[in-house]
Ligand binder design. Structure first.
Ligand code: CTP
Ligand code: MG
Length: 248
């Protein structure tokens, strides 16, 4: 089986509010997209499989900057392709899928915003796909009690119900798929991709909507999504840049 990855980095990072698009914001010595790419490239599945091709979605006006951020990261035999993203994450993933080499049969979809997802997590997802699951997501137990609300405005809104916490998982990326299953799900859901109000927020959701089965593997706290300045400060503290030349 041949594994490839689509790494989404085309968002603007509006909630972070940096002058750069979020994926290019440096944290712990490198842009977020470079950290995320490195974990994908460093991962080794139990049978030795690794990512053989990487497609990265970038803001149209930052294609060269994203390519620069990834220069020299991949081994010579792993092609890295940077493509312009779309209006939503779903549209960006679709653009990335269209650029995959033909011989790929397992696809990872990963967010540059989850820059510190470790290679072990990537490998766990690949292993589960190779074990026969068509669609695999990492998930963590939810620590907060979660309420569903019937409606919401600036003053708040009424509770509809409280899902039992033990069946809830907060899902992360990388998510892994049999390529044909993911392509079919994206084709079936293509009509949702143009607008944030309708677009799927993750790829497994498209597989579910297409009638497919999704398997959850244990997630990893390090794969937390970087959304706000607070998340950047926390990531910087947790992953302080290595001392140049090595620690004393
Ligand atoms: N993404 C993308 N194309 C889009 C929107 C998002 O490739 N049109 C990517 C982002 O670059 C990110 C991932 O999808 O790696 C998850 O999105 P999110 O964390 O929401 O990032 P942004 O959309 O950049 O941030 P914000 O929503 O705050 O603007
Ligand atoms: Mg977004």
């Amino acid at each position: 089986m041949t594994v490839a990855a689509v790494l989404t980095a085309a968002g603007s990072g509006s909630r972070l509010g940096h002058v750069l698009p979020k994926a290019l914001v440096p944290v712990a010595g490198a842009p977020l997209v470079a950290h995320a790419a490195r974990a994908l490239l460093d991962a080794r599945a139990a049978d030795g499989a690794r990512v053989r091709a990487l497609v990265v979605t970038a803001p149209a006006e930052h294609l060269a900057a994203v390519a620069d951020a990834l220069a020299h990261l991949a081994p010579a035999d792993v092609p890295v392709t940077v493509v312009p993203g779309g209006a939503t994450r779903q549209a960006s993933v679709a653009a990335g899928l269209a650029a995959l080499p033909a011989d790929v049969d397992v696809v990872l979809v990963h967010d540059a915003a989850r820059a510190f997802a470790p290679p072990e997590l990537v490998a766990r997802v690949v292993d589960a796909v190779r074990a026969g699951h068509d669609a695999v997501v990492p998930g963590l137990a939810v620590v907060d009690t979660v309420k569903r609300v019937a409606s919401w405005d600036a003053t708040g809104g009424p509770v509809l119900d409280t899902p039992p916490r033990d069946v809830l998982r907060a899902v992360q990326t990388p998510q892994g798929f049999a390529r044909d299953v993911l392509l079919r799900a994206h084709a079936a859901g293509a009509g949702r991709a143009g607008d944030e109000r309708t677009a799927a927020s993750d790829d497994a959701g498209l597989v579910e909507a297409d009638g497919g089965r999704v398997w959850v593997v244990p997630g990893d706290e390090r794969a937390a999504k970087i959304t706000t300045v607070r998340d950047v400060v926390l990531a910087e503290a947790l992953h302080a840049a290595p001392v140049p030349g090595g620690a004393p």
